[in-house]
Every structure is written in C-alpha cells, then in structure tokens.
Design a protein around this ligand. Structure first.
Ligand SMILES: NC(=O)c1ccc[n+]([C@@H]2O[C@H](COP(=O)([O-])OP(=O)(O)OC[C@H]3O[C@@H](n4cnc5c(N)ncnc54)[C@H](O)[C@@H]3O)[C@@H](O)[C@H]2O)c1
Length: 349
C-alpha cells in the first residue's frame, strides 16, 4: 500500500481543481470522487484516473479508506458534509465560504476539535507569491500597525451560474459578498493579523441583477452588491465591497489597500483580469518610496500543498476554521445590518 495520503473529493466543479492540486503535489493521491451529477463524475474520474466513484458523500466516507477530503459543493452542503467527514476521522479542506451562517461555522470548528482533525478553509487568494510577499513585509514591520483598509471585488457583469444555486439564498447563503467578498475579506484580515471584529455595519442592493432576472425569468434571491464597514477591537477599520454586476470600467476590479503607521500596501488586479500586482508605500528620511514585487524567488505553496503539509507535519493549517468563523461573523453581520438598518455589535471596543 502506498504511503501517500488518501484523499477524496466531493463536488467536482472547483473540486476538480482540488484533485489536480493534490496530484501535482505528489504526497497525496486522489482515490475517490463524489458528485450528484453522474456525467461530471465519470468525466472527472476518467481524467484523474480514479476508479472509486460515488453520488452519496457519506457512503464514500464510509466505504473508502481515506485520510482526508475536500468539500467543494454548493455552500449549503459545506457544514453537514464537513461535520460528517470529521466525525469519520477525516481531515477536511472545505471551500469558501466556510458555511452559510456563523452557527454552522462554529459547529464545524467544534467537530474538528472533537475529532482532533485539521479543518482548513480554501481562502485561495492568500496562496500566491504576491500575498506571501506582502505578509512577509507586514511581519517584518514595514507597514507598522495597520489602522485602515479597503478590500474590494467588483465585477462589471459576472454573475456565476445565473438562476442556479449561486443566485439562490437558500443554497448559497448570499450573493457576491459571500462569494467574492469572502476572498478579499480573508486576504485583508490575514494581512492585518486577524483582529477581533467588534462592530459591523453594511448595506446590500439588488439593482442590475434584479432587472436581468426579471427579463430572463431566472431565480435571483440574493444581493448583486453589498458593502460594509468593520471596526476591530484594536481600533482598526476595514471597508469591504463586493458585486457581481455594477457599472464600472473593468470586467473585474479587485483591490486590497491597507494603511499602516509606517507604510501602506496594495494588492490589486491589473488589466481587469486575474493578473495581480503588489506594492508597498513608505516614507523614509523625508522621502516617499514605492516598492514593488518583481519576482518571488521561492514560490508560495498552493492551498492543496499547505493542507497536505499541515496533516503530515501534524500542525494546524494556515487558513483555520477559527479564521473562517471570524469571516462568517463579519459577512453575517453585514447581511443583518443591511436587513435591520442598524449596526451589529459583538462586544465593547
Ligand atoms: N476558492 C475558490 O477560488 C473557488 C472558486 C470557485 C468556487 N469555489 C467554491 O467551490 C464551491 C463549488 O463551487 P463550483 O463553482 O464548483 O460550483 P459548481 O456548481 O460548478 O459545482 C458544484 C458541484 O457539486 C455537486 N454537488 C451538489 N451537491 C452535492 C452533494 N450534496 N454531494 C456531492 N456533490 C454535490 C454538483 O453536482 C456540482 O457538480 C462553492 O462553495 C464555491 O464558493 C471556490
């Protein structure tokens, strides 16, 4: 029997990338796949050379000897499938958003603690050379204490699976805030050292998608744009914006700007697509400087490599369930504030 970690993957859209990531790492092998869609299941199994295939995840957990699983289904199933896998003693890499509510997210963390297994969330925007370089600079003290930030992902027109699960609240938990905002929020929080949120205020709109849904007769029960302001126990403030359809210049507009006592940093996309740049701004000796990452000499690990390493090294993963809970607290807070028109408070500042 091979000494490689034995991994199963549930949900084969994004999950097919998980399977590829594990196979590329080489310290794990994908031995079982699960999807409700049989044709997708067969196609992915054939591509990945996997013979154990299932349409029921819990049956897969029961019947196949596994060390770990990826959960990459629609958001509604993240919590129940993660908890079921942890209870079977498996380590779990769960897609973002971790869950649809804080309550679900907390139950997932409790299940991981009880099972003494790793629960990692696929906050994939951390796992890049740019993000790693910025984190290294923050940890080296280059920007000082971060007291303000703005983190954004807008799309001109980019509603995923219009009318399908992404645009139904009961299956997704929300719209672009929980889908795209979650990535930019995690990136900002990670660079800020995951401070404790104490108050959240926000708003949500459904303007452009509502009209498209009416014309195309498609289900759309989430927001098409949301924004929020988060205050933290350490005195910092973060603004968050996310949309799937808004009248702007570029197809995709992503930016995370963090301002510190000694310097500032920006991680943003260039050219309206998925190419990124990372810059730092400082004042030294009465002069203002801009520093830009040209090339990382050692590449950042992928999320899949980090998940495997954390299991083999018997340590917590870099993107933990606890961090996922904090992210959910903020997202849920913004949705609640949008509904009630009031600030949501978590504790004294
Ligand atoms: N980290 C990232 O960058 C990233 C990118 C894309 C999607 N995602 C996340 O991945 C998840 C899946 O998104 P997607 O784009 O692949 O969606 P998708 O609709 O393309 O794929 C989901 C798959 O899950 C299957 N499925 C649904 N319910 C299931 C169940 N109970 N058991 C087994 N299979 C089931 C569906 O048949 C489908 O094939 C979402 O949570 C999404 O937010 C993350």
């Amino acid at each position: 029997m091979s000494s490689k970690l034995r991994i199963g993957v549930v949900g084969l859209g994004m999950g097919a990338w998980h399977a590829q990531g594990y196979q590329e790492d080489g310290r794990a092998e994908v031995v079982a796949l699960c999807d409700l869609d049989k044709s997708r299941l067969e196609e992915t199994a054939c591509k990945c050379g996997v013979s154990e295939v299932f349409t029921d995840a819990e049956e897969m957990f029961r019947k196949v000897s596994l060390d770990a699983v990826s959960i990459a289904t629609p958001n509604k199933f993240h919590a129940p499938l993660t908890i079921a896998a942890l209870r079977r003693g498996l380590h779990v890499l769960c897609e973002k958003p971790m869950a649809m509510t804080v309550r679900e997210a907390e139950r997932m963390v409790a299940a991981a603690q009880q099972a003494k297994r790793n629960l990692m969330i696929n906050f994939s925007y951390r796992f890049s050379d740019m993000s790693y370089a910025l984190k290294q600079q923050v940890e080296a003290g280059v920007v000082g204490e971060i007291y303000f930030g703005r983190t954004v992902w807008h799309r001109r027109r980019g509603i995923p699976g219009f009318g399908g699960w992404f645009t139904r609240k009961e299956l997704a938990g929300g719209g672009p805030l929980i889908d795209l905002g979650v990535h930019r929020l995690d990136l900002a929080l990670w660079l800020m050292g995951y401070p404790e949120p104490v108050a959240v205020s926000g708003d949500a709109h459904n303007v452009i998608a509502k009209e498209l849904a009416r014309k195309q007769r498609k289900a759309f029960t989430v927001e098409d744009l949301a924004c929020g302001i988060v205050k933290f126990a350490n005195g910092a403030t973060l603004m968050l914006e996310a949309s799937w359809a808004v009248n702007i210049n570029e197809p995709e507009h992503m930016v995370t700007l963090l301002c510190g006592t000694k310097g500032g940093l920006v991680q943003k996309n260039v050219g309206g697509g998925y190419e990124f740049t990372a810059e730092l701004y400082t004042e030294e000796g009465g002069n203002l400087y801009t520093k830009k990452l040209d090339q990382a000499l050692s590449p950042a690990p992928s999320a899949y490599t980090e998940f495997i390493s954390s299991i083999l090294e018997k340590r917590p993963p870099m993107a933990t369930g606890d961090q996922g809970v904090k992210v959910m607290k903020i997202l849920e807070g913004i949705y609640k504030s949008a509904e009630t028109g009031r600030e949501v408070r978590y504790g004294a500042r």
